[in-house]
Design a protein around this ligand. Structure first.
Ligand SMILES: [Zn+2]
Length: 507
């Protein structure tokens, strides 16, 4: 039962990482907040809480020592490629071990189809049209408190280290963090995996950053931060392009002799041209290799926490931000649809002695449930708006099901919404004109649209009524939080635009 016993992390000491490690050391862990954009990303959350942001943050006093909270985000992690969720390949030994020692929510849905809105939903417990950070031009309103701000106000030291340009501090992700380390994002375009740092890599996600995320997190832990602390680590490597290092490049398909590789995933015509079954199998094996590679660095982080005596009193929460398409609906990559290969993600919680070991929650859940669940377990009350619910009653067996449906939406140039229940799903878009209705029990791949089928009329009408409620609730809450103001906008720098363009998020 020991998460620390495993040491399956790869040894990748490329020049890239070393070079940045030197920079990191030179910075000296002075505790100064810094970020790539050069802005100070350290708003004072206490001021914010005190000056009337929506919903006061209130700390319960007189409690026993609060646990630390470690929030681990894994980029582009499909639920059906995770071992404890039924995948037959050994892609996620560490995540599986976490689930064995804790709680696995088997039907958790992302709130969107790409990183920026879905991770913001994790941080705010609001759906994308409510937190309104839906494009690279939006910044979170200062009126909305993030999980980091709430924990900061409750006395937590707060630290984040991330490696994806779409969740840089400038969008509001750094709100509430003492230090939000988003400099690892510059790895992507400053150099490639071979250590060539003399040119800007103008195409895709070619570098690797998991080692640096773990190294950075470990350094912070070794400085003995005040407890309790909240640490957010976000691992980027499973994102396309799929170019895992050895031995992960051949681990899941050692006998392949074809020519397909994991590059150019978001390029046409490749994006829309399904390869042969054999080649597709190899593409999936490369994606799996990236997942396994990343899993190893999460293992290293957990191992260090255990060695430092920090793991036992830490509530660990691991989630995937969204999945990826492999031609299930015609294309590759993500940010385009809300089918289950995109929205179904893993969610695992572990806190020995407080959370049951090996528990599986089958009720439908959402990434918006993370913040209320964390606050419930660590007994911090928050009166501001949250659209998620605490999963604690489900985890403790007080109820089987707490709600019938969850919501997801895309608004990044394409518009799509989805209402997802235990057995049925209603979809609209992209384009807002085409409705789809699926029976997830008999058609989990969402290939037979029953929207116009008379036999499905009753079930569809019930879900449609629910849809109206969701749409209304989202609109009302969005209006209340916005108070008539436009979403706060920012202008990304030229470099940031290039990064987002290379990832396929900006045309
Ligand atoms: Zn993502």
């Amino acid at each position: 039962v020991n998460i620390i016993a495993r040491r399956n992390a790869p040894q990748n000491h490329g020049l890239v990482v070393r070079w940045f490690f030197v920079i990191v050391v030179l910075w000296g862990w002075s505790g100064l907040a810094h970020a790539t954009s050069g802005e100070a990303h350290v708003p004072d959350p206490c001021d914010r809480a005190a000056t009337g942001a929506e919903g006061g943050i209130r700390e319960n006093t007189g409690q026993r020592k609060r646990p630390n909270v470690l929030l681990i985000g894994i980029e582009t992690l499909r639920a059906d490629h995770v071992g404890c969720l039924g995948y037959k390949k050994d892609t996620t030994p560490t995540f599986d071990q976490l689930a064995k020692e804790g709680v696995l929510c088997t039907r958790t849905m992302s709130t969107s189809g790409w990183t920026l809105p879905s991770v913001m939903s994790v941080m705010t417990s609001l759906y994308p049209s409510v937190h309104r950070v839906q494009t690279y031009q939006n910044r979170l309103s200062g009126e909305i408190n993030t999980l980091a701000e709430i924990l900061k106000a409750a006395g937590y030291a707060t630290f984040g280290v991330i490696s994806n340009p779409t969740i840089e501090g400038q969008y509001g992700f750094s709100q509430g963090f003492d230090l939000y380390d988003d400099f690892t994002v510059s790895l992507d375009f400053g150099m490639d995996v071979f250590g060539n740092n003399d040119k800007i890599i103008g195409d895709r996600h070619l570098s690797r950053s998991s080692e640096l995320v773990t190294t950075t997190a470990v350094k912070w832990l070794q400085r003995k931060p005040a407890e309790p602390f909240f640490m957010f680590t976000f691992y980027f490597d499973p994102h396309y392009d799929y170019i895992p290092p050895a031995p992960f490049d051949t681990m899941f398909d050692p006998n392949y002799e074809g020519h397909i590789d994991g590059r150019g995933i978001n390029d046409e015509p490749r994006r829309s041209t399904r390869p042969s079954d054999r080649d597709l199998q190899h593409l999936l094996a490369l994606y799996d290799g990236e997942i396994r590679y990343t899993d190893g660095y999460v293992a290293q982080l957990l191992e260090t926490m255990a060695q430092l005596g920090l793991l036992e009193n830490t509530l660990v929460v691991l989630f995937g931000d969204h999945g990826d398409e492999f031609y299930e609906h015609g294309k590759t990559s993500h940010a385009r649809t809300l089918y289950n290969e995109i929205v179904h993600v893993p969610l695992i919680l572990r806190w020995p002695g407080r959370l049951p070991a090996g528990k599986r929650i089958e009720a439908v859940a959402s990434l918006v449930d993370i913040a209320p669940t964390v606050l419930d377990y660590i007994t911090v009350s928050y009166e501001g708006p949250m659209q998620g619910i605490s999963l604690r009653p489900l985890i403790e067996g007080q109820m089987e099901r707490s709600r019938d449906t969850v919501w997801a939406e895309l608004s990044n140039g394409l518009h799509a919404q989805a209402l997802i229940g235990g057995a049925r799903k209603l979809l609209r878009g992209p384009g807002n004109d085409a409705w789809e209705f699926y029976d997830l029990q008999n058609d989990p791949g969402e290939h037979t649209n029953l929207y116009d089928q008379p036999s499905a009329a009753e079930a569809r009408a019930a879900l449609m009524a629910e849809w109206e409620r969701w749409a209304q609730d989202n609109q009302q809450l969005s209006d209340r939080l916005a108070k008539g103001k436009e979403a706060e906008t920012i202008e990304p720098s030229e470099q940031q635009l290039q990064q987002l363009k290379a990832l396929g998020y900006v045309q």
